[in-house]
Ligand binder design. Structure first.
Ligand SMILES: Nc1nc2c(c(=O)[nH]1)N[C@@H](CN(C=O)c1ccc(C(=O)N[C@@H](CCC(=O)O)C(=O)O)cc1)CN2
Length: 283
C-alpha cells in the first residue's frame, strides 16, 4: 500500500473544523484514503484521524506540519502527524508466560505487524531460546526486591538505546515505577488478564474463579503509575462454566489475551488510538 500521512487531531468542538481541515488537504491536491471523526457530547471535544496518500501532496511531512500549524493554532488543536512508512520501534517485555510474547514475535516475523521489534527484556532467563529463534536480541534483567531500582535503570537504558517508540508488556509481571510511566505516557501498552475494571492486580483468574464468574476476559491498556488503571485500548471476553477450574481459565484465557493484545498493538501502530483523559477513542 502507498505510504500515507496520518493527521491525528483533538480539539474543543465547534462548527467548521472538518471543512477547514478537508479544504486544507484538498487545496494541495491531497488524496484522503480514510477520514474518521467523533464529536464527544460529554467532554465537548472533537477527534479526527485523516489518512492522506503522501504521493498526492507536493511536500513532505515537515512542510505539511509548517503549513498546517496556523489551522492547528486557530482551533487550539492537540495534533500529531505520522508517516506510515516509518516503522515504529518496539521493545517487548515479558516474565514467565510466553504466549503473548511469541504471538507478537510471530506476527512481526510474518510481517503481519508493520513494526521494528528492537529487543525483548525479561526478568526471567527461560524465554531466551524462543526469542533467539525469531532473531531478536534478548536481555535478562532480574528484578529482585533489592535490585528493582537498578533493574529499571537498566531497562530504561535499553529502551533509550533502542530509541523505542513503544514498550509492550507481554505479560510482564513487575510494577513499573511512576517516572517510566510518565516519561512514556501512552507509549507503554499492557495486557491485563481480566476484563477490567474487574480483578485488578495479581492472579486475576484466581480472583475470578473465587467470584464464580461466567465470563473471563482480557484488557489491553496504556500503563500508568496506578496499577491496571490506564486508558483502555481493547478488551474481549470468553464464556466459561462451573465446570472450568482456574487452570482451565488460565488456559482458555491465553487465546483472549493474545488476540486483545495484538489488536491493541495494531491499533496503536496504525495511529488509531486517541487518548482523552483516562479514555480512548479508537478509530
Ligand atoms: N505501573 C504499572 N506497572 C505495571 C502495570 C500497570 O498498570 N502499571 N501493569 C502490570 C501487569 N500486571 C497485570 O496485568 C501486574 C503485574 C504485577 C503485579 C504484581 O503484583 N506484581 C508483584 C510481583 C509479582 C511476581 O513477581 O510474580 C510486585 O511487583 O510486587 C500485578 C499486576 C505490569 N506493570
Amino acid at each position: 500500500m502507498d505510504s500515507e500521512f496520518r493527521l491525528i487531531i483533538s480539539c474543543p468542538d465547534r462548527v467548521g473544523i472538518v471543512a477547514e481541515v478537508s479544504s486544507f488537504i484538498a487545496s494541495y491536491g491531497g488524496w484522503i484514503n480514510e477520514a474518521s471523526h467523533y464529536s464527544d457530547p460529554v467532554s465537548g471535544w472533537f477527534f479526527m484521524r485523516h489518512c492522506i496518500r503522501s504521493s498526492s501532496l507536493p511536500f513532505g511531512i515537515k512542510a505539511f506540519k509548517d503549513k498546517f500549524s496556523p489551522i492547528a493554532e486557530k482551533y487550539k488543536m492537540k495534533w500529531s502527524l505520522f508517516d506510515s512508512s516509518m516503522k515504529k520501534r518496539i521493545v517487548l517485555m515479558a516474565s514467565r508466560e510466553s504466549h503473548c510474547l511469541v504471538d507478537l514475535l510471530h506476527r512481526w516475523h510474518s510481517k503481519e505487524l508493520y513494526c521494528d521489534i528492537r529487543c525483548v527484556i525479561s526478568n526471567h532467563e527461560h524465554l531466551k531460546r524462543l526469542v533467539d529463534a525469531y532473531g531478536a536480541p534478548y536481555h535478562f534483567v532480574p528484578t529482585s526486591r533489592k535490585s528493582k531500582e537498578n533493574a529499571f535503570e537498566r531497562i530504561i537504558q535499553l529502551v533509550e538505546d533502542n530509541q523505542a517508540d513503544l514498550i509492550v508488556l507481554a505479560r510482564y509481571m513487575q510494577i513499573l515505577p511512576g517516572d517510566i510511566c510518565d516519561t512514556y505516557q501512552n507509549r507503554i501498552i499492557n495486557i491485563h488478564h481480566s476484563f477490567l475494571p474487574s480483578f485488578v492486580g495479581a492472579k486475576p483468574y484466581h480472583q475470578a474463579s473465587e467470584r464464580g464468574v461466567k465470563l473471563i476476559g482480557a484488557t489491553c491498556h496504556y500503563v500508568t503509575e496506578a496499577l491496571d488503571a490506564g486508558p483502555i485500548i481493547d478488551q474481549d471476553v470468553m464464556r466459561i462454566t462451573h465446570h472450568n477450574t482456574v487452570e482451565d481459565m488460565i488456559r482458555l484465557g491465553r487465546d483472549v489475551e493474545k488476540l486483545v493484545l495484538a489488536r491493541g498493538v495494531r491499533s496503536h501502530l496504525e495511529d488509531r488510538v486517541l487518548v482523552h483523559g483516562n479514555k480512548t477513542i479508537v478509530f
